[in-house]
Design a protein around this ligand. Structure first.
Ligand SMILES: C[S@@+](CC[C@H](N)C(=O)[O-])C[C@H]1O[C@@H](n2cnc3c(N)ncnc32)[C@H](O)[C@@H]1O
Length: 384
């Protein structure tokens, strides 16, 4: 058996609850990817890990005991994931949230009767057949699609492709989320076809709208916040730079028989200041931008972007109105986000109070010792 041996610092990572051990803390590891037993420099067994010889994240903890990681092991883990999500009021949710569910590098999103899967480590790829069989046994999907067109796979030396793994997966799937319906695009849509992480926050946003009020959904994608806002609002304005996403938003509005959403194509960094100048206001403003911080190096620039967009958005909130603001950047932690929000509020000269601190839904478990599992953060503010 080929072991991986880690330094004291590497062993400490696992002892403190984080599953990753970086290349610099691995003294030796097998040359080919796979699941390996791991020991410290004194030979003490520490657990079994996914080992990716080409990746900076060399080891990802999978199992603390010596139990074999076989077909039955995968079924047990996936059944646990499935059972944790029983109470969700929707037909689409994240079925496996990688490290958040103790299954590093594995993403599984469920859209009605179909699954969209991402295997994001070279070692996990060696388990592909076992994982697909276990998914079939646990979830009985009509089809499984591999959305492997993601840059992180390149860091692992893996190819990038969209591939049907089993059955058939439609190009469009109707998603029901509470009282709202929208169409996911599993083959071509962003992420695995839609943004499932904001489900609870979208429902919350809908409840903030005063009957007959107005709302702005900035960075709307295909309108999933807008649709919730439109239930009570007299008028919703939905902004996105993607004309294709907005066209799907208009289709989603039709699916929900909503005629009160105005779809605006444009750059939010231009549109919001222009509306500020024109003194437009809304009772609820939602700001859900893409991840501005793509790497650690651009955190300062990303924070400037978040600051700018939030300050502009705050200026558009009517007195007594609400701002729901989110960031999905892995590299920006909650304290930095809240500091940015405070600075943006200070820049408006207005007073805002904190109504809710937000994260993702229960299907994206956030482990307190693994900050990366809590990439989505947000806040609901009330303007005085
Ligand atoms: C995180 S997604 C929004 C998800 C959406 N709120 C939902 O719940 O489904 C970010 C969106 O911002 C759009 N976007 C990116 N840069 C933009 C910009 N400068 N102005 C307007 N929209 C932009 C992208 O096209 C994408 O649809």
């Amino acid at each position: 058996m080929t072991w991986a041996t880690v330094s004291a610092r590497g062993a400490k990572r696992w002892a403190t609850g984080h599953p990753w051990i970086y290349r610099s803390d691995v003294e030796s590891n097998p040359a080919t990817p796979g699941i390996v037993p791991v020991r410290d420099a004194r030979g003490k067994f520490l657990g079994q890990a996914l080992c990716s010889p080409k990746s900076e994240i060399r080891l990802r903890l999978l199992e603390r005991t010596e139990s074999p990681i076989d077909a039955a092991w995968w079924v047990t883990q996936l059944t646990r994931c499935r059972d944790r999500r029983r109470a969700i009021d929707a037909n689409a949710w994240r079925a496996v949230h990688a490290e958040g569910d103790g299954l590093p590098a594995l993403i599984v999103d469920r859209y009605d009767r179909w699954l969209v899967v991402q295997l994001l480590s070279a070692a996990l790829e060696t388990q592909r057949a076992l994982i697909l069989a276990a998914l079939q046994e646990t979830f009985s999907p009509e089809g499984i699609l591999l959305r492997h067109d993601v840059p992180t796979r390149k860091l692992e030396g893996l190819d990038s492709a969209v591939e049907l793994a089993s059955g058939d997966v439609p190009k469009q799937i109707e998603v029901r989320e509470g009282t709202v319906r929208w169409i996911a695009a599993p083959w071509t849509g962003q992420k695995t076809g839609a943004f499932l992480d904001q489900r609870d926050n979208r429902a919350l946003a809908g409840t903030l709208v005063p009957t007959g009020g107005t709302a702005l959904d900035c960075f709307t994608y295909h309108g999933s916040f807008a649709l919730h806002l439109a239930a009570r609002a007299v008028q919703v304005t939905a902004v996105d730079s993607s004309v294709e996403a907005l066209a799907r938003g208009a289709e989603n509005a039709a699916l929900n028989q909503r005629q009160n959403i105005d779809w605006v194509a444009g750059d939010a960094f231009d549109v919001l200041p222009a509306w500020g100048k024109a003194r437009r206001t809304f009772d609820v403003v939602v700001v859900d931008p893409p991840a501005f911080a793509k790497s650690r190096a651009n955190i300062p620039a990303a924070l400037r972007g978040y600051h700018e967009i939030n300050r502009r958005a705050m200026q558009l909130v009517a007195p007594g109105g609400w701002l729901l603001s989110a960031s999905c950047s892995f590299h920006i932690q909650r304290p930095q986000f809240m500091e940015m929000i405070a600075n943006a509020a200070a820049g408006t000269g207005r007073r805002f109070t904190i109504h809710r601190i937000l994260g993702a839904g229960v299907d994206h478990p956030e482990v307190v010792t693994i900050p990366e599992t809590g990439y989505l953060k947000g806040v609901v503010l009330r303007a005085e």
